[in-house]
Design a binder for this molecule. Sequence first.
Ligand code: DX5
Ligand code: ZN
Length: 214
Amino acid sequence: MVKIAPSLLSANSASFGKELSDLETAGADLLHFDVMDGHFVPNLTFGPKILKELKKISSLDFDVHLMVTNPDACIPWFAEAGADFISFHIETSTDPIKTIQLIKNYKIKVGLTLKPNTDIKSITPYFDLIDLVLIMGVQPGFGGQKFFPDTVDRIQLAKKLIGSRPILLEVDGGINSQNASACIKAGADILVAGTSVFSGNSYAENIKALRGDK
Ligand code: DX5
Ligand code: ZN
C-alpha cells in the first residue's frame, strides 16, 4: 500500500507535539521534514534542534528534505539529530557521490531529488547508490501550491529508469485526493502531503482519501 508522509510545514507550529501524536493516530507512515535555508529556496523552516526534540516524542520515521545550498554542511546536523531518511537536491551538490556517502556513513537512507525543470537523467547515474528518489510536484519552497500535471509523466519515467532496483519513489508538492491516484498508478510508493492532510476536520479521513480508501 502507498505510504503517506504528512509535511510538518503545514502543521500548527504552536502545537507540533500534539500534531505528531494526532498524525500517528490518523495512520501516517512517515513525517516529511522540510529544511529550507532562505537561499536555495526563498523560505526558512526548521533546524536540527526541532527534529531532535520531535523525534523523542514520536515513533514515526523522519523523512528530511534538504532544500539548502550546502547539503554537505547540514547533513551531519540532521543525521545526528535523528533523521531516518535524508534527501538532497542534485542542483546543490558539487560531488553527489561524496554527499551520498556522507549520508550513508550515518547508516541513514539516502534520497536524491530535483526541481521540476531539472532533467531526470541528471540523477540516474546515482541509482545504484541511493534508497529513494523524490519527484517534486511544485517548485520547492512553499506548501499549498498547485500540482504541475506533467509530474505524473515524470513519476512514470523515474519508475521506468529505476527498473528493478530497490528504490522508493516519493512525490512531494500539491498532492491531493484528486491527483493522488494518478501518482500511485504512475508508480509512487510514498506521497508527501501538507495542505491536503492538515485541512478539514479529520487527518484520518484525509489520509484515507489520499490512499484511495473509501
Ligand atoms: C515544498 C515542500 C513540500 C510541501 C508540500 O517545497 O517540499 O514538502 O510541504 O506541501 P503541499 O502538500 O501543501 O504542497
Ligand atoms: Zn518537501
